[in-house]
Every structure is written in structure tokens, then in C-alpha cells.
Design a protein around this ligand. Structure first.
Ligand code: NG1
Length: 434
């Protein structure tokens, strides 16, 4: 018997005959923030909050999209090589992003056309909370689209495809979220490396519990946060170009630079604090047209297009990559104290050098530490959203009570404002016969 959530989705699906259920989890990143797009590692878990999509094939290229959430009105589109986007922020853009990318990919592989279908979506990943509800939606819709075409592709290839696909919505996103959704293993964290994508499961000690607490400030990457996120991606790319020129090496991303420790030690000499746009040709040795092509594609929204922080951004990114390596080792040996200390250091670096925290996130981290957490940090892009705290099983109740008393007491926080999350399994598709 199908669980009632799935049965309700299938009941509301137009048409008759065979259908399918695609599910993709949200994620919480334990450590390794703003490293993925720099080609440096991350250490997330998939969480037991997901997006479920019921889908049934149509004989034409029409897609009929509906959602159980009242905030997400029904949408239609036609599957095509170029699918016109809905206005920025519209939920349908995530399904369109997956569909457009799959049309191109199936074409390249000679695997035929992507059919249309009826899709009904039920999203249970808290929104704009740094838990990757957007990627879960994109991955679930993408898997549903692909399965309606009768095609299965290796999850790692799909993760890379869907990571590129998400750029359709206008963020220069990295690949952590899609990879976590597609490659996660129950009860494990995932160490993910990029370009090329590699993932390995990391055992989580039985006594370790992760609690996610929302700041109640929305971190909408379809809104203001998009320009700030893109700004960081651009700053890192520019800093990499300056460093490559100074060191006389070829490097597409900060992760390609040889000897990151030496770069960190010598940062003040190698990189200016910041750079104005007109200084970039001299600093990078790149012609203005090449700079435009690589960093300033038309339509890319930047928060501060005339001035770029360089030194502090690199200090965060290279330091964070070293913390991920140390954290993976600490988790492996069950050293939760060290893991917690690395989370704290990551938060400080995100707040100071990377400038992606907010007063509410800082306060939440402090409250969590005071409530018995071994470490706590903002998780996801920042600019609002949530924190993740590590706590020993025996102290979970105390931590949750402290958060309720000292952070949520004044307002009307929804019960899901703080969640004890379980490391969950990867996305999946199930066929449902009539
Ligand atoms: P959020 O905003 O939490 O889903 C974003 C990026 C990640 C990664 C983190 C920062 C997208 C879809 N996700 O995550 O790839 O760069 O920020 O570590 O843009």
C-alpha cells in the first residue's frame, strides 16, 4: 500500500494508467561553505525532508505542473530546446531548468525526445532556509521527466547535469546540492569533490546528532541573496585569475592552485585587499573582452559590480577547504570535540572573511553553543536561512529547549523552525502501475 502522501498526489494527477513517484531530499551542509564552486570539497548530509513528485506521461510535449502548496499556482510549459522562463522567483523555473537541460543532454546522447507529462509536487523541505529546497525540487522534477522518457542515467552524471541546469534560474550555483540529493547514503555524511564530481560516504558516530535551526530570515536566492551569492562566485574567480597571473600557473578555480598553504601564508603579498573593475585587466593580465566573457556574462546579477573583495574571500575559501579535510578525519575517528571546533571556526570565517552571516545567524550560533552544542555554524549560502549545530545525543533536549527559550520565545516560530535531522538516503524513482 502506498503511503497516504503519495496516494493523495497520485489521486490528484490528471489522466489514467501507469504513473511514477520521484523523490529528492533536501540537505544540510555540515562544513565546507562556498567551496563547491571553487572546486574544493564539502561535507553535507541529505535530510529526511524531501520533495515528492507524482508524474504521468502525456503523448505530446505539454507539461502540466501543480503543487499541493497554495503559494505555488499551477503552471504549464512545452518541452523544448529553449523553454522561456517564468518571472524570476517562480517555482516552475526549477522544473523548466531540469527539462531544458535534459532535452539537450538526451539529444547529445541520441536518446530521443523528452515527453510531456502531468506533474504534481509536494515539497516538505523548509523554504529559503539554506536546506536546498530549490535543488530538491529541480532534482525530483528532473528525475520524473527522465523516467517518463524511459531513460536512466548514472546519478553522478545527473548530478553534474542538474548542477549546470540550476543556472537557468540566474544563480552561478555550485554542485553540492544536486550531488547530495543524488548520491547520499543513509546514516552517512558525504565528502564531495568537484570537477570531476567524486563522492565518498563518511560514517557518522552514533552519538552525534545534528540540529538545524532557522533564523526566520528568508535567504531567497531568487531575490536579493542572488546578487550577493553571484558576487562571491565572481570575486573568487577574479581572485583566482590574479593569483594565477602572479604565480605563473594555469588555474580555472581556486581549487586548481598549487600549494594552497603557501598561498595562504603569503596572501598579503599576492593579492590586493580588493579591486575596482577598471583595475582588473592590469591585475589579471586578461583583456577586458576576456574578462567580460569569463566573469561578466550579460544578465548576471551582482550585488556590487564595480568593486570586488579579493583577499578576505580567498582566506575563507582556502581555510575552509583545510577545515573540511580535518573535519572528515575527526568524524572518522569519532572526535566530536574537534569536529565542533571546526564548525565554530567555519562560522567565524563565513561571518568575517566571507561576509555571508547576519546578526540573527550569529545570535543563533551563540545560543546553540550556550545550549550544549559542541559546535554550530550557518549552513548553505547564508544571508539568512539556518544554522546547523552538532550535539551529543544525551544533550539534544537541552539544546532544543534552549533554542526555544532564548531564540524563538518572542515570536511565533513554526514547529519546523528547529529540526533534529536524520542523515537520509538519496533521491529515487518508483513506478506505480494502475
Ligand atoms: P543554498 O543556497 O543553501 O542552497 C548555495 C549553493 C551551493 C553552495 C552553497 C554555499 C545553489 C543551488 N546552491 O546553497 O552550491 O555554493 O550555497 O556553500 O546555488
Amino acid at each position: 500500500m502506498l503511503p497516504s502522501r503519495a496516494a493523495a498526489l497520485l489521486d490528484a494527477l490528471p489522466g489514467r494508467g501507469a504513473a511514477l513517484l520521484a523523490r529528492a531530499p533536501g540537505r544540510v551542509n555540515l562544513i565546507g561553505e562556498h567551496t563547491d564552486y571553487n572546486g574544493l570539497p564539502v561535507l553535507p548530509i541529505a535530510i529526511d525532508r524531501d520533495v515528492l513528485v507524482a508524474a504521468r506521461r502525456r503523448d505530446d510535449d505539454h507539461v502540466d505542473l501543480s503543487n499541493t502548496g497554495a503559494a505555488f499556482p499551477p503552471r504549464q510549459y512545452a518541452v523544448a530546446a529553449a523553454i522561456p522562463p517564468s518571472p524570476a522567483g517562480d517555482w516552475a523555473n526549477y522544473a523548466k531548468a531540469a527539462a531544458e537541460a535534459l532535452v539537450a543532454d538526451l539529444g547529445r546522447r541520441g536518446l530521443g525526445a523528452l515527453p510531456g507529462g502531468a506533474f504534481r509536487v509536494d515539497g516538505r523541505v523548509p523554504l529559503a532556509a539554506g536546506l536546498s529546497s530549490s535543488s530538491a525540487l529541480l532534482v525530483a522534477c528532473g528525475l520524473a521527466h527522465l523516467s517518463l522518457a524511459g531513460v536512466a542515467l548514472p546519478p553522478a552524471e545527473l548530478a553534474e547535469l542538474f548542477a549546470r541546469a540550476e543556472r537557468y534560474v540566474g544563480t552561478l550555483s555550485g554542485g553540492m546540492d544536486q550531488a547530495t540529493a543524488l548520491l547520499a547514503r543513509a546514516d552517512h555524511a558525504l565528502r564531495i569533490d568537484f570537477f570531476p564530481l567524486r563522492a565518498r560516504p563518511v560514517t557518522i558516530p552514533a552519538s552525534a546528532v545534528f540540529v538545524v535551526a532557522q533564523s526566520l530570515e528568508r535567504a531567497e536566492k531568487s531575490g536579493a541573496a542572488r546578487g550577493h551569492y553571484n558576487q562571491r562566485v565572481t570575486e573568487c574567480g577574479l581572485a583566482c585569475a590574479v593569483l594565477a597571473q602572479r604565480l605563473g600557473v594555469a588555474a580555472a578555480r581556486l581549487g586548481d592552485l598549487p600549494g594552497p598553504e603557501r598561498v595562504l601564508d603569503d596572501l598579503d603579498r599576492l593579492l590586493p585587499e580588493d579591486a575596482r573593475r577598471e583595475m582588473l585587466p592590469a591585475l589579471t593580465g586578461l583583456a577586458p573582452r576576456e574578462l567580460d566573457r569569463r566573469f561578466f556574462a550579460p544578465g548576471t546579477v551582482l550585488a556590487a559590480p564595480g568593486r570586488f573583495e579579493l583577499r578576505r574571500r580567498v582566506r575563507h575559501v582556502l581555510g575552509e577547504a583545510a577545515r573540511v579535510a580535518a573535519a572528515e578525519e575527526a568524524l572518522g575517528t569519532g572526535d566530536l570535540e574537534t569536529f565542533g571546533a571546526l564548525m565554530d571556526a567555519s562560522h567565524r570565517s563565513c561571518a568575517t572573511d566571507y561576509g555571508v552571516s547576519t546578526p540573527a545567524l550569529d545570535r543563533l550560533v551563540a545560543v546553540a553553543r550556550g545550549g550544549g552544542a559542541l559546535g554550530a555554524r550557518l549552513t548553505g549560502a547564508g544571508f539568512g536561512g539556518a544554522i546547523v549545530a552538532l550535539v551529543e545525543q544525551a544533550h539534544v533536549d537541552r539544546l532544543v529547549r534552549t533554542l526555544d527559550r532564548e531564540f524563538y520565545a518572542a515570536g511565533s516560530a513554526p514547529p519546523e523552525a528547529r529540526l533534529v535531522v536524520q542523515p537520509a538516503t538519496a533521491a529515487s524513482v518508483e513506478r506505480v502501475d494502475p
